[in-house]
Design a protein around this ligand. Structure first.
Ligand SMILES: O=C(CO)COP(=O)(O)O
Length: 287
C-alpha cells in the first residue's frame, strides 16, 4: 500500500510549508516511511463490563469497519481480557490496564508482565492517572513498571498528565517533565519504539471537558520537543503521542487533525461500539 511512499513523501514535503495539516501529514509520512507508527486508538474500558455487555461490545466492534492504517488496541479488565482476546477480530489488539513492577511472586492480587506476555497480550497501559491517584503510583514506580514491562516484551502505553490545580498554579510543565523524565530514565533508546505516550490531562478525564485543540497541541508539541532534547530527535519524530480525556465521536476529528496528535486513549466512548468505531475512523478522513 505504501509502494509510492517516496512520491507521496515528496508531494507532502512540498505542501509542508503551507499548512499545519500538511506539515502533520509530512511528519506522518516520515514515520510511515521509516516503517514505524500508524495513528493509534486505544480504548480503556477501565473497571467496566459484564459478560453480556463485553460480549455485545466485541460484537459491535467486530461488525464495524476500521481503516487498516490505524492501530487499535482495547483494554478490558483482567477478568475479561482472555475472552476479549479470543473473540475480537483483527486488526483489534488488546492491552492490560496495569501490571506488576517486577517478576511475579508473593504479590497477592498482582499480575506480572511475563504472565501477560506468556498469554499473548501485546500491550499494557501504565501510569494511568487513576492508578497514580487511587493507588498512589508515583513517577518513579511508573518508570520502573515501564522498564520491566518492556524488558518482558510488552509494548507500553505510558500515561502522563497534570491536574487542574497543577495547571492553574503554573506547575504543569514541571509535572509533565518529571513524569517524562522518570519514564526516560528507565527506557533505553531502542525501547521507545515499543512505547506510545498518552497525554491525559486529569481535569479532562471523565468530565466531558475536553482540552481545546490549542491546549492539546501545545502540550503534545512540548512532549515531542522534550523527547527530542532529552532522549533523541529521531525518537521524538517517530514517537506517537496520544490525547486522552473526554474524547468522543463528535470532537475526535478536530483533535485528530492536530499536528502532534498521533492518536487517542479513549475511556467512556470506548464502551460504546458504534462511537468507538467512529473514533477509529477519525484520522482516516483527514489523511
Ligand atoms: O482516562 C481516559 C482514558 O484512559 C479517558 O477517559 P474518558 O474518555 O472517559 O474521559
Amino acid at each position: 500500500m505504501f509502494a509510492s511512499t517516496s512520491l507521496l513523501h515528496q508531494r507532502v514535503q512540498l505542501q509542508a510549508a503551507r499548512s499545519p495539516a500538511a506539515s502533520r501529514a509530512h511528519r506522518r509520512m516520515t514515520i510511515v516511511a521509516r516503517g514505524s507508527g500508524r495513528f493509534f486508538i486505544g480504548g480503556n474500558w477501565k473497571c467496566n463490563g459484564t459478560i453480556d455487555s463485553v460480549t455485545q461490545l466485541v460484537k459491535d466492534l467486530n461488525a464495524g469497519s476500521v481503516p487498516s492504517t490505524v492501530e487499535i488496541v482495547v483494554s478490558p479488565t483482567f477478568v475479561h481480557l482472555d475472552m476479549v482476546k479470543r473473540t475480537l477480530r483483527a486488526p483489534f489488539q488488546v492491552a492490560a490496564q496495569d501490571c506488576w513492577v517486577s517478576k511475579g511472586g508473593a504479590f497477592t492480587g498482582e499480575v506480572s508482565a511475563e504472565m501477560l506476555h506468556d498469554f499473548g497480550i501485546p500491550w499494557v497501559i501504565l501510569g494511568h492517572s487513576e492508578r497514580r491517584s487511587l493507588c498512589r503510583e508515583d513517577d518513579e514506580l511508573v518508570g520502573m513498571k515501564c522498564e520491566y514491562a518492556l524488558s518482558q516484551g510488552l509494548k507500553v502505553i505510558a500515561c502522563i498528565g497534570e491536574t487542574l490545580e497543577q495547571r492553574e498554579s503554573g506547575h504543569m510543565w514541571d509535572v509533565i517533565d518529571a513524569q517524562l523524565q522518570a519514564i526516560a530514565n528507565h527506557t533505553t533508546i531502542g525501547n521507545w519504539t515499543n512505547m506510545v505516550v498518552a497525554y491525559e490531562p486529569v481535569w479532562a478525564i471523565g468530565t466531558g471537558v475536553v482540552a481545546t485543540p490549542e491546549q492539546a497541541q501545545e502540550v503534545h508539541a512540548h512532549v515531542r520537543a522534550w523527547v527530542a532534547k532529552n532522549v533523541n530527535p529521531q525518537v521524538a519524530d517517530t514517537l506517537r503521542i496520544l490525547y486522552g480525556g473526554s474524547v468522543n465521536d463528535q470532537n475526535c476529528e478536530t483533535l485528530a487533525n492536530l499536528e502532534d496528535v498521533d492518536g487517542f486513549l479513549v475511556g467512556g466512548a470506548s464502551l460504546k461500539g458504534p462511537s468507538f468505531i467512529k473514533i477509529c475512523n477519525s484520522e482516516h478522513k483527514h489523511s
